[in-house]
Ligand binder design. Structure first.
Ligand SMILES: Nc1ncnc2c1ncn2[C@@H]1O[C@H](COP(=O)(O)OP(=O)(O)OP(=O)(O)O)[C@@H](O)[C@H]1O
Length: 339
């Protein structure tokens, strides 16, 4: 189901029919007319990205602009109408997100959209202030990252929490070292063997596992952090901008690895600014704007162009361009500015 929202609608409650939402301020028009009449610019005939963005919004059936926040029995984790307020700042409001096994759910958004807040809620750093979070069907409020991890949610942050001077295998087992015998001697042989096996299983080739992690490429480091999370039992992995600091080739390595994790049956939440990367591996896309869901669509419901337009906020950019082109702008020079 695709949902596109404009403005800053309030959610009136759960499970309401379309008609209940007709009066929402700032939401899509709910006029009861044939949807085709509202498609002033059809998605097929739209030429510019702005027209396509508008067409996509116009073509959204009225009832779909409402919350579909119902528990999904197949979901590994789900946010239903979740909000987070920091004092009087609403960082997130009415957010729905479903993480299913074998799917990559991409969360896109510009600076301040609420992506970090969403990660913090799911990874146990912050609690949410409204709505419901379900993990494996149970309502959860995490009070620590440990609780989130224990319930199968692993978060891989941009800084990766790897020790650069330590070897690959040491990093793989960091904090979970295997020991043997009554004196708890590190079982280095076993750790190296498992680390090698796990990395190979997921298609990562690192010839020397004794190499310090600091010397590896950004892509390889990301893959090690993800492989580690999977090995230690994660069912859901949240990846915070994994390709943000990487070049094309290394991004490719990480995206391939994300696909491997998805194909292994994990639920992946990919947080990114990059619609191109998201579209290559994503099954479902949620665009956040100022803490609210601006678009919620599966891959067969949204094109890359439409996703990019949503991300770029094409209509906002055009308004900005228009402002810049205005020739009535006068720049006054303060006497203090004159040499
Ligand atoms: N601890 C906090 N106290 C008050 N406001 C906060 C706090 N953390 C985030 N915010 C506000 O919540 C909103 C969402 O912030 P958040 O960091 O989640 O966005 P983001 O999408 O991750 O942005 P970025 O890509 O820049 O990291 C912003 O307006 C931000 O200023």
């Amino acid at each position: 189901m695709i949902r596109i929202k404009t403005g800053q609608p309030e959610k009136p409650g759960k499970g309401g029919a379309a008609g209940e939402h007709a009066e929402l301020p700032g939401s899509l028009p709910v006029d009861g007319t044939d949807a085709t009449k509202r498609d002033a610019v059809s998605r097929e005939t739209a030429e510019t990205p702005a027209e396509r963005e508008k067409a996509l919004i116009d073509s959204t059936p009225a009832g779909r602009a409402t919350s579909d926040d119902v528990a999904d029995p197949d979901a590994l984790a789900q946010l239903l109408d979740v909000g987070k307020a920091y004092g009087n700042v609403d960082a997130l409001r009415g957010v729905d997100l479903t993480v299913r096994p074998g799917e990559v759910t991409c969360v896109l958004g510009d600076n301040g959209a609420g992506k970090s807040t969403l990660i913090k809620i799911m990874s146990g750093l912050h609690d949410y202030t409204s709505g419901t979070m379900l993990v494996a069907g149970d309502e959860r409020h995490f009070s620590s990252p440990r609780q989130s991890l224990a319930s199968g949610i692993a978060t891989v942050y941009q800084d990766l929490a790897l020790a650069p001077l330590q070897s690959v295998w040491r990093n793989f087992f960091l904090g979970n070292e295997l020991t043997r015998g009554p004196f708890g001697v590190l079982d280095i042989k076993k750790m190296k063997a498992i680390c090698g096996e796990e990395l190979t299983k997921m298609g990562i080739v690192i010839p020397d596992l004794d190499r310090p992690v600091g010397g590896l490429s950004g892509g390889q480091k990301q893959c090690i952090a993800i492989a580690r999370a999977i090995y230690f039992g994660a069912k859901v992995i949240i990846l915070d901008e994994p390709t943000a600091a990487l070049g094309v080739k290394q991004s490719g390595v990480v995206l391939k690895y994300i696909q491997a994790a998805r194909d292994a049956g994990l639920g992946v939440v990919l947080i990114t600014h990059n619609p191109h990367h998201a579209y290559l591996v994503g099954n479902h896309f949620v665009v956040l704007k100022l803490g609210r869901v601006a678009l919620d669509a599966s891959k067969d419901e949204v094109s890359l162009d439409e996703l990019t337009a949503q991300m770029a906020g094409v209509s906002e950019l055009e308004a900005l361009e228009h402002e810049l082109r205005k020739d009535d702008v006068t720049v006054s020079t303060s006497p203090l500015d004159v040499d």
